[in-house]
Design a protein around this ligand. Structure first.
Ligand SMILES: Cc1cc2nc3c(=O)[nH]c(=O)nc-3n(C[C@H](O)[C@H](O)[C@H](O)COP(=O)(O)OP(=O)(O)OC[C@H]3O[C@@H](n4cnc5c(N)ncnc54)[C@H](O)[C@@H]3O)c2cc1C
Length: 396
């Protein structure tokens, strides 16, 4: 209820900054819990300047870290619920092939995790991999894991769906409104390019821009925005690598010249073009993402050319299309989901390190629970700010 002295529409139960997939899910959970919630986005929607745009993201159960693997069953259920409530198809089952070499440390980590969970992930030796997936020709002796329930999420459609359901639950979404300042307090104030709002709780889910909002609050998190190239490669035989073909999503691990791994998805956004990308990028100011890098060097594209040329014989080994996107990486690749160490009514969701989309329904739930002062449904210890002692010192 707005106080008598406050203009109408400026007082909320909760404010969320950032209408990417994480902020949108946090806002949706808050609204579903009956909180009058304001979701603020700096750009007019839809936009392609953050990390959540595009048509496809991989969803998988296979995860070497138990803390993510444990969240995946609920994440699948929440995606299904969103599909049902929005009446739109968001998930396509394709399966996921995890390619690696026996004995290679990263691949062994995945293999051990799959064996420990005795879940839906199957181990394939080199012969089985060759027989079942002849379109993939990794190094000699290469083995694989097969996650048969994995697939692809239609990202743009998912973002629209969750924002629509947020509105239907009574939430207010204001786009084209950049947050310029945050005044902490029991009833905190958020100033934007168009107004000033107050609420007893705030969630910051500002993607690559998070540090800009957190620095004035005394928090310096080691968040590194990266420009990543999204490359599309043409199929040699039209229709051979589409969503309705036996061409799965894949991850290639432990490649000597591509230490962060390479991933790919069947043709989806553009007919006949398969997305194959390096899972890393180069440091960038998020507002300068599309400005060419100095010298316009693209070492990632060069290594992708070599990979496609040798391992994916069904594709032309020259990218047909190149787009850019942003990752926001933490040093250990784990998310940050925590309360501000000094202002406990400010909750932060950041550092999704190029793998946060599939988990967004659960991340949003955790951000909502933290913000309501509840015990989170999963341990948030792996996502705590205290693992970065420098950030804490700056804040206290
Ligand atoms: C090319 C690519 C491929 C990926 N593939 C996968 C995959 O296969 N599987 C997977 O699980 N994940 C994947 N990811 C990762 C996943 O997409 C991201 O983790 C996720 O989208 C991050 O969402 P976000 O909400 O944190 O960030 P964003 O989507 O960037 O949202 C943050 C929002 O905050 C807004 N904002 C910032 N500052 C302000 C301000 N001051 N005022 C108002 N609004 C503000 C921004 O404009 C932005 O819209 C991929 C990412 C990329 C880029």
């Amino acid at each position: 209820m707005a106080a008598a002295s406050e203009p109408h529409g400026t007082r909320y139960d909760a404010i969320v900054i950032g209408a990417g997939i994480q902020g949108s899910f946090a806002a949706y959970h808050l609204a579903e819990r009956g909180k009058d919630t304001l979701l603020l986005e700096q750009f007019l929607l839809p936009h392609s300047r953050g990390s959540s745009h595009g048509q496809s993201r991989i969803i998988r159960s296979a995860y070497p870290q138990q803390h993510y693997a444990r969240m995946m069953p609920e994440s699948y259920r929440l995606w299904q619920r969103l599909e049902a409530r929005a009446g739109t198809r968001l998930y396509r089952r394709t399966g996921l092939l995890v390619l690696g070499a026996p004995g290679e440390p990263e691949f062994e980590r995945w293999r051990r995790a799959a064996a420990r969970r005795r879940g839906p992930v199957e181990q394939l030796d080199a012969a089985a991999r060759r027989r079942r997936f002849p379109g993939f020709r990794p190094r000699d002796g290469g083995a694989a894991l097969w996650d048969g329930a994995a697939g692809l999420l239609h990202a743009d459609r998912a973002l629209r769906a969750v924002q629509e359901l947020f509105r239907r639950s009574g939430g207010t979404l204001r786009d084209g409104e950049k947050v310029l300042g945050i005044e902490p307090g029991a009833l905190l104030a958020v100033s934007t390019s168009a107004g000033r709002y107050r609420a007893p709780r705030l969630v910051i889910a500002a993607g690559a821009w998070s540090s800009q909002l957190l620095a004035p609050l005394g928090l310096r998190l080691p968040l590194q925005p990266l420009r990543v190239h999204v490359c599309y490669w043409k199929e040699k035989v039209p229709g051979s690598c589409g969503l309705d073909r036996p061409f799965p999503c894949f991850l290639a691990l432990g490649l000597p010249r591509a230490p962060h791994g390479i991933y790919g998805l069947p043709a989806c956004e553009y007919p006949g073009l398969v997305k194959v990308c390096y899972h890393h990028g180069s440091p960038v100011d998020p507002d300068q993402r599309d400005r060419p890098a100095p010298g316009d060097r693209r070492p990632d594209v060069a290594l992708l050319r070599r990979f496609v040329g040798c391992c994916l014989p069904g594709l032309e080994p020259e990218p047909a299309l190149l787009e850019t996107c942003l990752y926001t990486n933490t040093p250990d690749g784990d998310f940050i989901l925590d309360r501000h160490p000094k202002h406990s009514n400010i909750v932060i969701g950041a550092g999704f390190s190029g793998h946060g989309f599939k988990l967004a329904p659960v991340v949003g739930k955790l951000l909502c629970e933290l913000s309501l002062g509840e015990e989170p449904s999963y341990s948030t210890a792996p996502f705590s700010i205290s693992r970065f002692p420098g950030a804490l010192r700056a804040a206290l």
